[in-house]
Design a binder for this molecule. Sequence first.
Ligand SMILES: [Zn+2]
Ligand SMILES: [Zn+2]
Length: 179
Amino acid sequence: MDTYLLVIAILLGLLLLVFLGMGVYAVYFITKIYRPKSATPAAKQDSFEYFCTNHPEEYSQGICAICERGYCGKCLREVDKIHFCPEHFNVFINNEWDLLAEVRTTAQTPETANYVYSFKKNIWKEGIPSYVVTHYRLNVEGDFVESYVNFFVKKLDAQTLGARLEQNKAESSKVPHLS
Ligand SMILES: [Zn+2]
Ligand SMILES: [Zn+2]
């Protein structure tokens, strides 16, 4: 009887270890995915602000998808889980948008979409609005998380920007990777 209990205890112990291991792995996996994303040029420096751009006394609750500045809950407008500041919400609803690029990234290749983020930042310096929507999907066969970075621009700008984006992509792929 005692050995029987001992075997059960050992099995339970092993099971616990497996769960702990899975937990640690999950945390490792998630941090690996999210770290490169926050280190992308578009998000690195001035995108995260603690206070609302319009209300300096209010904490920022989110970032506008177009200008990437922080805004409070009163200012932010949400459409399909995308957030906009009041000004760019108007830009969003008053224009037609085209999907200019869809880039698939994984934890192993997080830098694949970097050219999109830097391109977004560059055209915003010229006052050209665009936004990025990222979808996360679990790849069931491969058992890993992949993300799809969807890059939208105004329909009117799509043709000229499409050519520029392709050029940027070609240039960024020439730069040797440091990994
Ligand atoms: Zn904005
Ligand atoms: Zn505000």
